[in-house]
Design a protein around this ligand. Structure first.
Ligand code: PGA
Ligand code: ZN
Length: 711
């Protein structure tokens, strides 16, 4: 039964700095209740969604939030009676009720608190933990913590201009160990500071706030602390910086007045960072320049972007449009993600989708003013972010997030992994766009056969895909061990021969059926591996497809959170080819490929990932549906293809009133005689629907063409 939102109320509470913020509480018809507390920044980007404060100087110096609390009554009227599990719809209602670009009327604090509380309530409706509800199924990626151990800038009253000096235990084997390594290093740092006569008092995010003689001294001390704690700087624990340079930018130059380093131009500051990169094990730098200094970011990314993660925070304020501008202008190669910068869960996920589409890293982040709410811990896991920024291992509002991650890691034991997003992925992000095809390890097409009725189609599609690209071999993985199902699927291949198989023990029938399968696929020298799929997918199936150039599988019954197999395979990040499960299969595959896209960035990725097939296709058609900026975007995509010796036709089409984009797209694909579709997607689960307006979902469920799809 569908649950309904009944009330939205709130309290004015205090945050970790003792300033007012709000806690929003949502109650459902069933009696389910959930809350969310809203954080607040100090070094805010100018483009952030508007945090509504009372401005009544008689209370909290004007920082009270009673007006925002009062606005919850209007918010309640907007969402009352709605299904809490329809997050996309709820967030749209909230945005519409507010009616302003920056959520300034009702207050972004009131809106984001409501949006988050409703997500929590919906997770309860579904009886799922928040990370599973928002993120779909396993495997879960545990985030690498970026722990801010030295605080400066607006987060401390000391002599450091740069706001954050973080340690990143990316070489740890698990989140639990990473947290221990980080805490031990933090304690070593404390001992060092005291030994050298500095204060060990802490700043807003729990990092020490000593009056060091220079910004650089913070880096040296951290390296010393890492060694003192018994870890290898760089390989095991690296450094990340967030200078938050907007906060010391005045009239076109950088005023390093706290440390006494004087005024610096963009290029002088860039040179300072570049020098540090050579001397310290720095893997990430965020807001190295002012949010108005885009060209400085571009130059830094061109210079260092291949080896260092360059992050925009104030620069993008979790705004999809700004992130897309950053992608188009190559301003950075990563973005910081803060729910309250944009104001709803759905818009935050859209910003993440833009990062993913561009092959960027992204980091889920707290604010300097925090509460005990650990929403971002679940969110980081749900989004497969790989990184979380939640402060030092000190002060309970920071530990609330890390401690929640410990709990999650235990809950998902055996279905999670902890990987460094650096080294390999920074390199990969830089070179991914130039990858020209499967590498030496990626020579295999793996058909994953789950069910009897789809086995034949799935293998047919896989065989064709492997044959088109010469270097590819084909393996079939049959993951069902149910003899009855396997016999039924083998019957599709050769019903005559298999009739006899109905006799004998289960084990005998299984053996014989497997031989029949092998004989059938043998004609294309396919190797069939029989996987006795037991237990969780993460440990038995995923290792088998880890290096596949392409994973072929039958399209999902429902691209829904419940489909663990599809979600897990899709989330490996390998290229997936979905075989349609009904209708006549086209007689060819990859002769005429149709590239369908929503955003330019997605097309880029889709093209790069399917190059081996696009290169041998006889025809390539790009179908743009309802693209306002279509001509410009298409020119870019065409250029991209041309550089690789591929020519393509472009079709610009518009939906008719009430027509779904997917329908228009498929009609066009049919009309031009396409035999396969190429499109990017985000991931499975509900988000699949929210983020792309259901286009990928609808295409997958309606088409009779095989669809190449990737993250
Ligand atoms: P803020 O700072 O929460 O004070 O804005 C955090 C950051 O700059 O990343
Ligand atoms: Zn920042």
């Amino acid at each position: 039964m569908t649950d309904r939102i009944i009330t939205v109320i709130g309290d004015e509470i205090l945050d970790s700095r003792g300033y007012p913020t709000m806690r929003v509480k949502v109650r459902l018809k069933s009696g389910i209740a959930a809350y969310a507390s809203v954080p607040s920044g100090a070094s805010t980007g100018e483009g952030e969604a508007h945090e509504l404060r009372d401005g009544d100087m008689r209370r909290y110096g004007g920082r009270g939030v009673l007006k925002a609390i009062a606005n919850l009554a209007e918010i309640e009227r907007a969402v009352r009676g709605h299904d809490p599990t329809k997050q996309g719809e709820i967030d749209r209602l909230l945005i519409e009720a507010d009616g302003t670009e920056t959520k300034s009327r009702l207050g972004a604090n009131a809106i984001v608190g409501t949006s988050m509380a409703i997500a929590r309530a919906a997770a309860q409706v579904r009886r799922q933990p928040l990370y599973a509800y928002l993120g779909g199924s396993s495997p879960y990626r545990m985030p690498v913590p970026m722990m801010n151990v030295v605080n400066g800038g607006r987060h401390a009253a000391n002599a450091l201009d740069f706001q954050e000096f973080m340690i990143v235990p990316h070489g740890a084997p698990s989140f639990r160990e990473a947290l221990r390594w980080g805490a031990e290093t933090y304690h070593a740092l404390r001992a060092l500071l005291l030994e050298k006569g500095f204060s060990a008092g802490v700043g807003d995010e729990g990092g020490f706030a000593p009056n060091l003689e220079s910004n650089e001294a913070a880096c040296s001390l951290i390296v010393e602390a890492i060694e003192l704690a018994g870890y290898r700087p760089g390989a095991q624990i690296a450094i990340a910086l967030d200078p938050a340079a907007s906060s010391f930018w005045r009239d076109g130059s950088y005023e390093l007045s706290r440390s006494g380093a004087g005024n610096m131009s963009s290029s002088a500051l860039a040179a300072l960072y570049a020098g540090w990169m050579k001397r310290f094990p720095i893997v990430s730098i965020e807001d190295g320049f002012s949010e108005h200094d885009w060209s400085a970011f571009q130059a830094q990314t061109a210079d260092l972007g291949r080896t260092v993660q360059i992050v925009g925070d104030d620069l993008y304020v979790t705004n999809t449009k700004l992130i897309e501008r950053g992608v188009a202008t190559k301003a950075t190669n990563a973005a910081l993600i803060k729910l309250n910068q944009i104001g709803t869960v759905t818009e935050t996920i859209a910003a993440i989708a833009a990062c993913r589409a561009a092959g960027w890293n992204f980091i889920i982040s707290h604010r300097s003013g925090e509460t005990d709410d650990a929403f971002i811990a679940d969110f980081a896991v749900a989004m497969n972010a790989g990184q979380i920024k939640a402060g030092a291992p000190c002060r309970t509002e920071r530990l609330a997030k890390y401690n929640r991650l410990l709990e999650i890691e235990r809950e998902v034991a055996g279905q999670s992994f902890y990987n460094s997003p650096f080294a390999s992925s920074v390199d990969a992000a830089a070179s991914a766009t130039e990858a020209s095809g499967p590498g030496p390890a990626d020579h295999e097409v793996v058909a994953v056969i789950e069910e009897a009725i789809t086995a034949h189609r799935c293998l047919t599609v896989a065989q064709r895909a492997a044959r088109r690209v010469n270097a590819l071999s084909l393996s079939a993985l049959h993951i069902s061990v149910d003899p009855a199902k396997l016999v039924a699927s083998a019957e599709e291949i050769d019903s005559q021969q298999l009739r006899e198989l109905r006799e004998g023990t289960a084990q005998e029938r299984l053996e014989q059926t497997r031989r029949a399968f092998e004989a059938w696929v043998d004609s294309s020298s396919t190797q069939v591996r029989w996987l006795e799929h037991v237990g969780d997918i993460g440990s038995s199936l995923l290792p088998e497809v880890q290096n596949a150039a392409l994973i072929v599988l039958a399209r999902p019954h429902s691209p829904d959170a419940g489909d663990a197999l599809h979600a897990a395979l899709f989330d490996t990040g390998r290229l997936v080819l979905f075989a349609p499960t009904d209708g006549a299969l086209p007689v060819t595959l990859g002769e005429h490929m149709v590239i369908a896209w929503k955003a330019r960035t997605q097309a880029r990725k889709a093209i790069m990932r399917t190059l081996p097939w696009l290169r041998v296709a006889t025809r390539v058609t790009i179908v743009a549906v309802d693209e306002a900026d279509g001509a410009h975007d298409c020119a870019e995509v065409l250029g991209l293809l041309q550089e690789r010796g591929i020519s393509a036709d472009v079709r610009h089409v518009q939906t008719e009133r009430g027509q779904h984009i997917a329908d228009r797209l498929l009609a066009e694909a049919e009309a031009v005689g396409g035999d396969s579709i190429v499109m990017g997607a985000y991931r499975f689960g509900q988000l699949f629907e929210w983020v792309f307006g259901g286009v990928t979902y609808e295409v997958l469920s309606r088409t009779r063409l095989p669809v190449f799809m990737m993250h």
